[in-house]
Design a protein around this ligand. Structure first.
Ligand code: PEP
Ligand code: MN
Length: 467
């Protein structure tokens, strides 16, 4: 059985389709709850929502339960320190930006980063996109006021439009069908790209060499790029099967926020008789919706996918332990990942008690660093941004904490794009606050651009190599 989007040597022909009958799944009737669900849209037409839910329930799965199990296994390796997770993509995907170019650039960026990280980590890098389903956003306020006019906040393309008009901002459940369709088209392209030669390791490495040579500021990474070059030449000289160089599994993930959508895409797996959310391989619960007695944690507990929970600086060790009890009662390797997002200034103080108490409990979870969400601030012109140096510093602090406690820094969770946007400042490109309006294109939080993402990968690879 081949899984993920990629090819596994001579199993490539079974990657999609042949064993699909094995995975056919039935709609899932359960999963409803009386628990409070935070951050749900105020759909004006409940009957229209119900109609959409019924239609979604009849559509084919976007991912297969067997793929979710394979990812769970690989995340088990992450938890044990035998693999490293790279999770990344947009803060918020949008329908108009789900173009072939944009998707390809994002995949290219993730693959380029993964090569460098693999070299630094000397263990497999598990690749997961914030892609093909990341269309819904939690918001700190239900409404937004501009020039005396108050309208519902933009909650992602899954709910309403960004334009500041009553029509665009009214939640429209038909958008959920478009989320499904856009996710399906995106996944289709991801599967095609990762099997059609784009993912060839030699090609990806050649792009990285271009990055290192292209700009004087990137020369400091030249030594590592040359090392990778020599390692690859050595492997080829030894007759390592070049087919393995084409093997890439790239999984999909998004925040499980809109419970009507996630429940409609939850199906009973025919192999196991167990429920899986087939809207994505890995689902996470966000910082704003992780209440222990809330509907989101209840939902995550009810499905068999690998799941993650974001933990911000207010998270207590007791909460972390209760989440483990709730989401991973059987201590299943790879089932639960904690994505910590403390902020560069707090990670060295806020993270140790969590890691320490969880480790002392005997639980094995994957610890992953999101160095984005604790480091957002507003530039003088009102645009949200992040400093590249803060992002690096939080990852550095994350590594320090795990080194001191003898635990595993399992991976990084990034907001990034493959395009040349101007949303985060710093990096060797030297972007400053006044550059932000040039190409500020995000629908929500500021993302690292292509160059900043690669630069981060080289710096994190140095941290990994120094462990
Ligand atoms: C996000 O990942 O875009 C997000 C909203 O993160 P958090 O839940 O950590 O704030
Ligand atoms: Mn975000």
């Amino acid at each position: 059985m081949s899984v993920g989007f990629g090819v596994h040597g001579d199993q490539r022909h079974t990657a999609v389709g042949v064993t699909a009958a094995f995975w056919v799944s039935a709609p899932y009737a359960g999963g409803m709850t009386d628990r409070p669900a935070e951050q749900q849209p105020d759909w004006p037409d409940r009957a229209a929502l119900q109609d959409v839910v019924e239609r979604l329930r009849l559509l084919p799965p976007l991912v297969f339960a067997g793929e979710c199990d394979q990812l769970k296994e690989r995340l088990g390796a992450v938890a044990r320190g035998e693999a490293f997770l790279l999770q990344g993509g947009d803060c918020a995907e949008t329908f108009v930006d789900s173009t072939a170019d944009s998707i390809r650039n994002k995949i290219k960026t993730l693959l380029q980063m993964a090569v460098v990280l693999t070299y630094g980590a000397r263990v497999p890098v598990v690749k997961v996109g914030r892609i093909a389903g990341q269309f819904a956003k939690p918001r700190s306020s239900d409404v937004e006021t501009r020039g005396g006019v108050t309208l519902p906040s933009y909650r992602g393309d899954a709910v309403n439009g960004q334009e500041f008009t009553p029509q665009a901002r009214t939640p429209d459940p038909e958008r959920l069908v478009r989320v499904y369709n856009t996710s399906a088209a995106t996944l289709n392209l991801v599967r095609a790209f990762t099997q059609g030669g784009l993912a060839d390791l030699r090609e990806v490495h050649a792009w990285n060499q271009g990055f290192v040579r292209g700009d004087g500021a990137h020369r400091r990474y030249d030594a590592m790029a040359q090392d990778i070059d020599r390692a690859m030449a050595f492997m080829l000289a030894c007759g390592v099967d070049p087919a393995a160089f084409r093997t890439v599994d790239l999984y999909s993930s998004h925040e499980a926020l809109l419970l009507d959508y996630e429940r409609a895409l939850t199906r009973i797996d025919s192999r196991t008789g167990l429920p899986y959310d087939v809207s994505g391989h890995l689902l996470w619960v966000g910082e704003r919706t992780r209440a222990l007695d809330g509907a989101h944690i209840e939902f995550a507990a009810s499905v068999r996918n690998p799941v993650a929970v974001k933990l911000g600086p207010s998270a207590t060790p007791e909460e972390a332990l209760a989440l483990i009890e709730r989401l991973d009662p059987d201590s299943e390797p790879g089932r639960l990942t904690f994505v910590t997002r403390m902020g560069a200034g707090r990670v060295r103080v806020a993270l140790p008690p969590l890691v320490d108490k969880v480790t002392a409990s005997g639980a094995v979870v994957a610890w992953v660093c999101d160095p984005m969400h604790g480091n957002t601030y507003e530039a003088p012109d009102g645009l949200k941004t992040r400093r590249f140096d803060d992002v690096i510093d939080e990852v550095q602090g994350f590594f320090e904490v795990h080194r001191d406690l003898g635990t595993h820094p399992g991976g990084i969770h990034m907001e990034l794009t493959g395009d040349d946007v101007t949303e985060c400042i710093g990096g060797s490109g030297g972007l400053v606050e006044t550059d932000l309006p040039m190409r500020y294109q995000t629908a929500c939080d500021p993302r690292l651009n292509h160059q900043q993402s690669l630069e981060l990968a080289f710096l994190v690879a140095e941290m990994l190599a120094a462990r």
